[in-house]
Design a binder for this molecule. Sequence first.
Ligand SMILES: [Zn+2]
Length: 109
Amino acid sequence: MTIPEIIGVIKFEKACVLRQDTPQCNRECKKCDLLLPTEDVLQAYDEVIRFLELRIPKPAKQSKTPRYGMGYEYYDWHCPNCGRFLAYEPDKCNIPKICVCGQIIDGEG
Ligand SMILES: [Zn+2]
């Protein structure tokens, strides 16, 4: 489902809620022009929830296995959502504030 499709579903749902308190709504949903397939509505809600959850900052995760260099062990930083590499340790200050997947990275964590 594309972002414009998701927005379209949410706008239809909002229009439905707004109409419920008007004489225009007779609660015959099956005959309503705002009725969308249930699976489309659920998919849109899931996508919105998934998108909003990315906006909750999460700390970067350290790699489970160390990398060795110059006689030291290093644990790199990865995205807590998609696992993509974010930065090499020890330069935690180089961790980006947002991953390419959209996850906000909590730099304080
Ligand atoms: Zn990511």
